[in-house]
Structures are given as structure tokens and as C-alpha cells.
Design a protein around this ligand. Structure first.
Ligand SMILES: Nc1ncnc2c1ncn2[C@@H]1O[C@H](COP(=O)(O)OP(=O)(O)OP(=O)(O)O)[C@@H](O)[C@H]1O
Length: 235
């Protein structure tokens, strides 16, 4: 459904991504792994249209989307939960989540989309009336993912969904991601620590200095000497 070929991106004149290729198929959970500064966020922002590739093509269900606006790409069905979560502080949890339904009308009724967001993270039901400024890091992460889900995307991009969270909350987020797949959606998530990658991922891509240096299963990555040299968590 998503196909990325030969994508190179410059930021402020400096080359950051070099000929990146990647594919996500229907219902897959694909993980992009790389150390800090490897280019994960740059690639996700490029997929969302926030950065324009210098070369290469990004296709979504066969249609060229590279160079299109973030608004266009979101309406086509790609959702994004950034690393910083970006929860609206002046809105409640319920308002933050419902916000997703206003920005992208789809055939699925708003109530159903909101219900799915709470199904994925049932704990959010107990915080519905709490203000966005009064949430822990893990709660903010759940709200950010739930809001992206309320847009009813077919592919959800998650930037470091486990970053900075207490170990106690990581299984809740990991379980939420499996529920997202169970709802028929594909996921592309970025991660810097291999230990955080859930065993259920379909495939991983390892990125190093803006280049994809490995494609394959998590198991194969664990025993690959090249991968061991560039990502943390493989003691
Ligand atoms: N706005 C910017 N201006 C200049 N350089 C940037 C900018 N954004 C990113 N970079 C550079 O691009 C490279 C890739 O950064 P990116 O944020 O994509 O990495 P990452 O893999 O997501 O890392 P992290 O895990 O730290 O978020 C880094 O060297 C970074 O310094």
C-alpha cells in the first residue's frame, strides 16, 4: 500500500536521507530502527508531506504522493503520531480524541472511530474529562495515538511510541498497537532501541546515516553483525 523508492531528502542544504526504499503492505506492522539522528523522524515527516524529497518517489496505493501537502496525504488515509505527542493542553482527553474526526470525514461514523480509539487504549476512558496539560508521558502518548486513530487512517505512522516512557506503560502501548492491526490498519513505527520492538512486527528496516542498511525479520536482525554494530539493545 505504501511504496518508497530512492528517496533522498536535504534539510537546510544538508543531505539527510540517501536513496531510501521501503514498503508497507496491507495490515503489516513494519518497524524502522536506527540510532538517534539516523533519519527516522526525517523519513516519517517526508512520508507525511512535511518535507519534500529531492529525488525519489513515494506512492500510496499506486498514486504518487511525494511532494503533496500534509493535508492531502492525511486525507488519503495516512495518520501520524509524532514523537513529542503534541496533545492540545487546553482541551480534555475526550476533545483531543474527537478532534481527529473533524479533520478527516470518512464513511465510518465519528462515534465508531472514537469508540475504536478507546478500545485500543481502554484506560483512556477513565481520563476522558482530564485536561491535556494534566497527563503523564504515557497518557499523552496514548491520547496522541488515539487521536491519530480517530482520523480513521489505513496506515498509522508512529514516531518512537515507547520513547521516554516508564517500563510499566510500554506493554499497554505495545498491546494497543496489536489492536490497531486487528482493526485492519497497517503501522509503520520508528524505534531506536531493538529491545523495545514488539515480537509481533512483520518486518524491520534498519536505517543508519540516512540509508537503509538492513531489511528482514527481527530475528534475522538480531543475529546480523552489521545490525548489531549500528543499533542499541543487542547486547
Ligand atoms: N531542522 C533541522 N535542521 C538541521 N538538521 C536537522 C533538522 N532536522 C533533523 N536534522 C538532522 O537530520 C538528521 C536526522 O535527524 P532525525 O530527527 O530524522 O533522526 P532520528 O533518527 O529521528 O533521531 P531521534 O531518534 O534522535 O529522533 C540528524 O543529523 C539531525 O541533526
Amino acid at each position: 500500500m505504501l511504496s518508497v523508492e530512492g528517496v533522498s531528502v536535504d534539510i537546510a542544504g544538508a543531505p539527510i536521507l540517501h536513496g531510501v526504499g521501503l514498503e508497507v503492505k496491507e495490515g503489516e506492522i513494519v518497524c524502522l530502527v536506527g540510532r538517534n539522528g539516523a533519519g527516522k523522524t526525517t523519513l516519517l515527516r517526508t512520508l507525511m508531506g512535511q518535507l519534500k524529497p529531492r529525488t525519489g518517489e513515494i506512492r500510496w496505493r499506486g498514486a504518487l504522493i511525494s511532494g503533496r501537502s500534509p493535508h492531502h496525504i492525511a486525507r488519503r488515509g495516512i495518520g501520524f503520531s509524532p514523537e513529542e505527542s503534541e496533545v492540545f493542553a487546553s482541551l480534555t482527553v475526550a476533545q483531543n480524541i474527537a478532534f481527529g474526526t473533524w479533520t478527516r470525514p470518512t464513511a465510518r461514523p465519528a462515534a465508531e472511530r472514537i469508540a475504536l480509539a478507546y478500545e485500543v487504549f481502554p484506560k483512556l476512558k477513565t481520563y476522558m474529562q482530564r485536561g491535556g496539560a494534566e497527563l503523564s508521558g504515557g497518557e499523552r502518548k496514548m491520547v496522541s495515538i488515539a487521536r491519530a486513530l480517530a482520523l480513521d487512517p489505513d496506515l498509522l505512522l508512529l514516531d518512537e511510541p515507547f520513547e521516554g516512557l516508564s517500563p510499566a506503560i510500554i506493554p499497554t502501548i505495545a498491546a494497543g498497537i496489536t489492536s490497531i492491526r486487528a482493526a485492519g490498519k497497517a503501522v509503520l513505527m520508528a524505534e531506536s532501541n531493538v529491545q523495545h520492538i514488539p515480537e509481533y512486527v512483520s518486518r524491520i528496516h534498519v536505517i543508519e546515516r540516512g540509508e537503509i542498511v538492513f531489511r528482514g525479520s527481527l530475528e534475522a536482525a538480531r543475529s546480523d553483525p552489521g545490525v548489531r554494530g549500528v543499533v542499541s539493545g543487542l547486547a
